[in-house]
Design a protein around this ligand. Sequence first.
Ligand code: SAM
Length: 265
Amino acid sequence: MGNFEFKKKFGQNFLSDKNLLEKIVNKAEVSEEDIVLEIGAGAGALTEVLSAHAKKVISFEIDKDLIEHLSEKFDGTNVELHFDDIMKIDDEKINNIVGGRFKLVANLPYYVTSPIITRFLQNENLVSLSVMVQEEVADRIIAQPQTKDYGVLTVICNLFGCPEKVLRVDRKMFYPVPNVDSAVIKIDKRENSVYENSDGLISFVKNAFAMRRKKISSNLETNKISKSEIEQELKNLGLSESARAEELSLDKFIKLYQVFSDKNK
Ligand code: SAM
């Protein structure tokens, strides 16, 4: 790696401990039939362990300073490298590159955690997602309704899959050492998670939580559905008319969204 300079703007905190890397790949349940998509190869430590367990690894890396090191390290292996910003490659292109069902495994750059999780959960070829995130984000993902951690990311992750916190990772395991601990979240995609309009559903969830302290009826009223109609729907769902978004279980979110999309047709 020569005189590699770590770039904070790319969320570069690398792993090197072999035991930990094996544990991550094990928790992700990667086997030799699997195609794995990795976001952020870094120095290639996780990529190397993935490569030993998977059929093929497709790894994206934004930092061009890593081209030489990674290209040499993985020359002639089952690792296919793409030196691109994953956020700039559209889903169709990703699906063409990957060429079928895949598992996403990554030590994610913290600044794109939520957009990456939200986006890939909607990909019809995704089997599961196992990603290292800041522990505080992991706790939000697995939160229960009526708690302060329960929010947009919790509902989105549960709409598309079954999230589990599978490993806690101390900050000292990374270089450079970040300010917070991390955790690996595994989300197995639900079989029945294809929604008619998943973008609409996601915006609905985001709007419902837009101002957490406000009643859901105030956050969601539009020119097509009034506050009192929403209050009535909340009562039909067995909730108080002054309910806030954090009180709605996943089931109730889906039911309320159904009413909304029917009214907005
Ligand atoms: N996988 C390595 C490891 O575990 O040691 C590196 C993980 S590091 C937390 C995140 C990596 O993602 C960095 O190498 C960074 O350059 C890369 N990265 C950041 N933003 C990216 C993007 N938009 N597209 C592709 N890679 C990105």
